[in-house]
Design a protein around this ligand. Sequence first.
Ligand SMILES: Cc1cc2nc3c(=O)[nH]c(=O)nc-3n(C[C@H](O)[C@H](O)[C@H](O)COP(=O)(O)OP(=O)(O)OC[C@H]3O[C@@H](n4cnc5c(N)ncnc54)[C@H](O)[C@@H]3O)c2cc1C
Length: 501
Amino acid sequence: MSNRQTETDVILIGAGIMSATLGTLLKELVPNWNIKVFEKLASAGEESSNEWNNAGTGHAALCELNYTTEKADGSIDINKAVNVNEQFQVSMQFWSYLVKSNLIRNPHDFIMPLPHISLVHGEKDVAFLKKRYDTMIGNPLFQGMEFSSDPKKLEEWIPLIMKDRKTNEPIAATKMEAGTDVNFGALTRMLFGHLKNKNVDIKFKHSVEDIKRNSNGSWELKVRNGSGQVERHTAKFVFVGGGGGSLPLLQKSGIPEGKHIGGFPISGLFMVCNNPEVIAKHHAKVYGKAKVGAPPMSVPHLDTRFIDNKKSLLFGPFAGFSPKFLKTGSMFDLIGSVKPNNVLTMLAAGAKNMSLTKYLIQQVMLSKEKRMEELREFIPDAKSEDWDLLVSGQRVQVIKDTKAGGKGTLQFGTEVVSASDGSIAALLGASPGASTAVPVMLEVIEKCFPEHLNNWKPKLKEMIPSYGMSLMKNPDLIRQIHTSTARTLGLNNGELQSSIK
Ligand SMILES: Cc1cc2nc3c(=O)[nH]c(=O)nc-3n(C[C@H](O)[C@H](O)[C@H](O)COP(=O)(O)OP(=O)(O)OC[C@H]3O[C@@H](n4cnc5c(N)ncnc54)[C@H](O)[C@@H]3O)c2cc1C
């Protein structure tokens, strides 16, 4: 029995970084719209956006080797890296706007400067890294990148990794001082705090169970509240920001755009260091190369993190298989997402990705000692007792039929799926993830509110000065933006807060 009914302009499902970002953008653009949020957990940012459930890398393609590929002619394709970097600059500009407008008080509560380093071993990979560096340094987005294959220089950059390294193999690294560590959990909570102050109605412990279209084009949500009662809430526009939980909700909406899509969950695990002396010896995010057959999101990396005003050290992620779509999800999520309209797509994906499934199952079975062996490729003298295992978030990769990959192709990016009339949109996939929350939510706005865009453009330009422009083609604008975002977000060297232990 329904005991409550409401009507509103906008409903956001899920209190992760995506809904937080969309809600904040909309409140700046149209302060008088009513917004409601339904979150099944007890607080904001508890699933993938939580600081312990992701790696906190501000993905700007400064160190992630999987964003650049070697072409058949030996040249390096940096298009994806350029795209990821441009997207991150959009997020940085919006976060700067939030700080300048006092919507966020202290930027170091969510973002810290941290060098981003790519590290490779062996002649072939060292040659690749050098070629990659030569290509990237010519692009205005990657100015400041340094390359070195000199072990003495590398000892300065990454002393913990170089100590006791006993191999004669060539080794090389690139370094970008301008990298960041982002606490997406803290940012999510700050944005929801701000939305609450702006009278957004945020309902925790409210799980959305169904979405149906009304005859007038609006959407009715069936929501189970914390007391187990069913409520009905109607909105003109719904954003499905349920993270891994978005696909089942999109399927319930019945929109044709949501058909023939499946999801494949990949879980993440990190090793977390418990020895303050070891933590103090490292200060960077160091990304290596993914093992052959490993999915791109399992590129190993050793990361300094800043969480709760404290430095931490994490290594991973180790991938794993679990049929759950959310960390707090159900063992029936995967099977429940197989529908008549996507069964062939899912079966094709299953057949195509047997080796990936095998790889993930092997990863789940790894003993702590086996994981330590992988860590020792980074820190040769790592001691088992200094490291604990941490279960982090679930990512649901999109499976769909594509021209290039055929039926049941596994996608590693993020996809906005929206109804043709723009009344509902869902975000699927999780890579590059939270770092691109701002450009991805701008995509939602552009797809779903085209009739308002002209009026909203001046405000969008105020919040994101490069809105609608390619930064790569405007080197002067890049310089201006780098300088002003670094100053506002406190990312210049020497500005680190003394409170960080
Ligand atoms: C291991 C790992 C490492 C990662 N590393 C990085 C990184 O270094 N950098 C980066 O930028 N990104 C990273 N990501 C990706 C990033 O964490 C995600 O892209 C991002 O957090 C997704 O945000 P979201 O708001 O879409 O989802 P979430 O944060 O998962 O939020 C979704 C919310 O919706 C709620 N919900 C779901 N279903 C319902 C329902 N039916 N009713 C009500 N509420 C519901 C959930 O409880 C949850 O709170 C990583 C992810 C993982 C798993």
